[in-house]
Ligand binder design. Structure first.
Ligand code: ZN
Length: 287
């Protein structure tokens, strides 16, 4: 298991963690100042400063990426399929321009939430089928662009509105069906917030192996959790056995960045430097 206590060279900051404190350029500048070597930006943050400026800022700062957030939101009415396809292809192109190692997929839930304006449906099985079709369709494009797709299973509390892929087993089943040769173009993003509770977790991480483990996200699960989306905890403040899960992914061969991804009104209310310094401290002591 890698020793993170000596420095923070393996820390990546998911830029949503400080999205309220500044734009992407300000975040990149702060990361440089704190000696952080990698980030994982969001599409809206890139769009608001412009792709070219974002690409240049990442390059000038000498930053690597640990991922790009995000593609997906596949379920939609038939009339909107081309919108879904184009939107996801653009996400692949942006990820490639930024030099991301993978495009993270939040696959979407029921059509009316994934693509507002779609007809209301309660058919979760149909939504899951649309997700698989959408990934299959995007995979050819991603392969041609040499951009791996990382399916991120989300906690089941998001099944309706964000992702109807809810366990690592389900995500890996999709990978095995669509990319049986394990070509490296399709894998998973393991986010502790979404999978820590899963009794199958260790077995599925082992099953994923290095070739399918494309990203590893950390934060913590607070008790009580006051908001389903915006109350993630700083590492060490909750109940997730972070070190044990990290040992598990590293045993399976994962050797990439440990990405801090916290959506929290509490942490968004603090100064950016304080949040980043706390991420660094916790990365070294509890992750
Ligand atoms: Zn995540």
């Amino acid at each position: 298991m890698r020793d993170l206590s000596k420095d923070h060279s393996l820390l990546s900051l998911n830029t949503a963690t400080v999205r309220k404190q500044g734009d992407l350029l300000a975040i990149i500048e702060a990361c440089s100042r704190h000696g952080i070597g990698a980030v994982s930006p969001w599409r809206d943050q890139v769009a608001s400063v412009g792709l070219e400026r974002a690409v240049r800022a990442v390059k000038d700062a000498g930053l690597k990426l640990s991922g790009y957030c995000r593609g997906g939101m596949f379920p939609a009415d038939a009339a909107r399929r081309s919108e879904v396809r184009e939107d996801n292809r653009r996400a692949v192109d942006e990820a490639a321009a930024l030099g991301a190692p993978c495009l993270v997929l939040v696959v979407g839930g029921l059509p009316q939430f994934s693509r507002p304006g779609s007809a209301p449906s309660k058919d979760l099985q149909a939504a899951r089928a649309m997700v698989e079709e959408g990934i299959a369709d995007l995979l050819d494009y991603a392969r041609a662009a040499n951009m791996p797709l990382a399916i991120e299973p989300l906690h089941p509390m998001y099944a309706a509105d964000r992702a109807c892929v809810n366990t690592l087993a389900q995500a890996l089943d999709i990978c095995d069906r669509l990319d049986p040769a394990r070509s490296g173009v399709l894998g998973v993003a393991v986010d502790v917030y979404h999978v820590w509770w899963d009794p199958e977790l260790d077995r599925q991480i082992e099953r994923a192996e290095r070739g399918r483990l494309l990203a590893f996200h950390v934060c913590d699960w607070l008790v009580p959790t006051r908001d389903l989306l915006l109350d993630r905890g700083m590492m060490g403040d909750g109940v997730i056995d972070l070190r044990r899960i990290r040992a598990c992914v590293e045993r399976a061969g994962f050797d990439g960045f440990v990405e801090v991804e916290i959506f929290s009104e509490d942490w968004w209310a603090k100064p950016m430097d304080e949040v980043i310094q706390t991420c660094i401290d916790r990365h070294r002591t509890v992750v």
